[in-house]
Design a binder for this molecule. Structure first.
Ligand code: ADP
Length: 655
């Protein structure tokens, strides 16, 4: 075939015009696109060669070679992949076949500025070469065809291209970019190595460049050889070296990867010095295909609480690096997870905006979330407390032993963030609530699950009792717990700031309601015997006149005043109504500078307490009433509205 001229398909011409005329803020991506094409071409050859090994000819090692010639102003990307026939070159490099790119072209408005933004969101593949080249020559030969059936394709990136037959000994494709003057920086070994390191380190195909060596120049002093020589230029050595790592760890089978290699890779991508706690590595097949390699770090980062912090997931498309911190791939409450997702379906030039909308991405996020939860469930399952087997550690399986303490370790670092998921991820709420752990009146460490709690519930107990407070000490000593301690009923102690908020989304566990011991009227139901109930009713009756006076004295502070059998040692405590916001949450909101409704608590008094008994007929009734209220507030970590007045009243009584 002698030289023929073909016109580009209209859309291609449009695209080319845009590529060459829009200022590409990120023009180095041309190399990523061309290397990716080369890598695809090698994948295709490998696939076809499964049934026809002759296609390998005498070069079975698939590779990409980068070379440049500063004098000729060319940069060449050569692969020994499948190559193209003349017709394929005409079809593939002259038209746009991909629906995504067509879509893109149909969206072009003609307005240069907005079109330039669009272009960043879509892959332009081969044509991106024209960002840096004023002319592109492609020389190619399809694997399996004769040397005489090579093709040369040339275009200046305007309306048309030329094709002619050439003789080409090697199969595969060379894309020769005739660099624009202002793109000569790419004819440089360091520059190319840098870009390859950034985008193509994990392409499993080796990318080679010719080694260069410093050459000595002329003698510094021609009359004195001893003085040495001036530095000469770099000289190509004829020896080729691989410049990418050529190993995408996540594409290798699990069984071929050692724990140490997994840990090293984690350190590399996370910049963490410590080994990860655990990881999961899977190839997911189905309507959306991707590989996930996800790690849970051992330690929380400093900025864990910054909800704007981006997720630690790197996105690759077919081993080509696309972006860091792909927040669309992981829900915010799992922002501590680090790792890699490699998708086979997303376009190379996918943007963050596009990620948010993509259905594939949604499927990937759901898949990754499930995987992380399974990983945590597995850790939790094997993290058996030694006392649960009564000290007989032999009962623990090998796996239990290996994973002993890991879930508690995880929970201490990330448990509080995980709780955000209760409000964020309704689909996984049940799984998440099973993963929660709390301190309780029987355990100082956060190790009690709702299920553990339920298993230990008393006969006749029909609620899971909990209390929220700022600190463990405040929770443990709060007056509301007194009767529970007396009766030996376990109460969960919740001291994470996020607990109050998270509990808004969890009202029950496995059919058992959650009940705050600081909310609503005191009712232990079947846990109280008839005698106790009768005594409480009697006390309420005889106490009525005092209650009325207390109510009057505290009308600005307390919603109501009533007697309670909740208390044993303390004279009084505060509770809120069932549907009221807890005092602690109201305080937290205020501290955070947010609008919080004024919470008027209910003052509950213990009719058995000496101080309360003294109230009736006391000349100090008014002061005592206020002290009772303010002390109850102090006991639960609050502050009296007027601390000075409180001090004055106490001092008056003391003296
Ligand atoms: P995409 O690769 O996204 O399909 P491109 O514009 O980058 O779009 O390339 C168009 C087509 O040209 C490819 O699908 C492929 O068939 C062919 N092609 C491009 N580069 C090569 C190459 N190095 N070897 C073989 N075929 C290639």
């Amino acid at each position: 075939m002698s030289k023929q001229t073909h016109a580009f398909q209209a859309e291609v011409a449009q695209l080319l015009h845009l590529v060459t005329h829009s200022l590409y803020s990120n023009r180095e991506i041309f190399l990523r696109e061309l290397i990716s094409n080369a890598s695809d071409a090698c994948d295709k050859l490998r696939f076809e060669a499964l049934n026809n090994t002759a296609l390998y000819e005498d070069a079975p090692d698939l590779q990409v070679r980068l070379s440049f010639d500063q004098a000729a102003k060319t940069l060449t990307i050569t692969d020994n992949g499948i190559g193209m026939t003349a017709q394929e070159a005409i079809d593939h490099l002259g038209t746009i076949a991909k629906s995504g790119t067509k879509d893109f072209v149909s969206k072009l408005s003609g307005d240069q500025k907005s079109d330039a933004q669009l272009i960043g969101q879509f892959g332009v593949g081969f044509y991106s070469g024209f960002i840096v080249a004023e002319k592109i020559t492609v020389e190619t030969r399809r694997a399996g065809t004769a040397a005489a059936e090579g093709v040369r394709w040339i275009s200046g990136g305007t309306g048309d291209f030329e094709v002619e037959t050439i003789t080409r000994a090697e199969r595969g494709t060379s894309v020769i970019l005739h660099l624009r003057e202002e793109a000569m920086e790419y004819a440089n070994t360091w520059k190319l190595k840098e870009i390859v390191g950034k985008y193509a380190d994990h392409i499993s195909l080796p990318i080679l460049m010719e080694k260069e060596e410093w050459q000595d120049g002329e003698l510094i002093d021609p009359s004195n050889e001893e003085a040495g020589r001036k530095p000469g230029g770099m000289l190509k050595t004829g020896e080729w070296e691989t410049i990418n790592k050529a190993s995408a760890l996540w594409t290798r089978p699990k069984k071929d990867i050692s724990d140490e290699q997994y840990a090293d890779f984690y350190k590399q991508i996370s910049r963490d010095f410590e080994a990860p706690l655990t990881w999961t590595h899977n190839r997911v097949e189905g309507s959306t295909e991707y590989t996930q390699l996800l790690y849970i770090p051992s330690k929380a980062p400093q900025d864990l609480w910054n909800r704007d912090k981006k997720a630690g997931i790197k996105l690759y498309v077919k081993r080509v690096f696309i972006m860091d911190e792909a927040e669309a791939l992981m829900p915010s409450y799992l922002r501590f997870v680090k790792g890699v997702v490699d998708s086979a379906d997303l376009p190379l030039n996918v943007s963050r905006e596009l990620l948010q909308e993509s259905r594939d991405v949604k499927a990937i996020r759901e898949g990754c979330t499930k995987r992380v939860l399974s990983m945590l469930e597995d850790l939790a399952k094997h993290d058996k407390a030694p006392e649960s087997t009564e000290g007989v550690t032999d009962v623990l399986s090998e796996e239990d032993k290996a994973k002993q303490g890991q879930y508690s370790k995880f929970y201490a670092e990330f448990g509080a963030v995980l709780k955000e998921g209760l409000g964020e991820d309704f689909a996984n709420k049940d799984r998440l609530s099973k993963l929660l752990r709390f301190a309780s009146t029987t355990s100082d460490t956060a190790s009690v699950s709702f299920a553990d709690y339920k298993a230990r519930m008393k006969e006749g107990q029909d609620a899971i009792y909990y209390i929220t407070a700022d600190t463990l000490a405040a929770a443990k000593n709060s007056p509301q717990l007194e009767v529970f301690k007396k009766k030996g009923i376990e109460v969960l102690l919740m001291t994470d700031r996020v607990d109050e908020w998270a509990l808004n989304f969890v009202h029950e566990f496995d059919g058992t309601p959650l009940q705050s011991v600081a909310k609503g009227a005191f009712d232990l139901g079947k846990l109280q015997d008839e005698e106790e109930k009768k005594a409480a009713e009697d006390a309420a009756e005889t106490f009525k006149p005092v209650l009325a006076k207390l109510k009057e004295a505290l009308k600005d502070k307390a919603e109501d005043v009533r007697v309670t059998s909740r208390l044993v040692d303390s004279p009084a405590c505060l509770v809120v109504t069932d549907d009221g916001m807890s005092m602690q949450l109201a305080r937290m909101l205020k501290q955070a500078g947010q609008q919080a409704p004024e919470v008027k608590p209910v003052l509950e008094v213990n009719p058995e307490h000496a101080l309360v008994k003294k109230l009736d007929g006391s000349v100090h009734f008014h002061d005592l009433a206020h002290i009772l209220f303010d002390q109850a507030l102090l006991a639960e970590g609050g502050l009296p509205a007027d601390p000075a007045a409180y001090v004055k009243r106490v001092n008056a009584l003391l003296s």
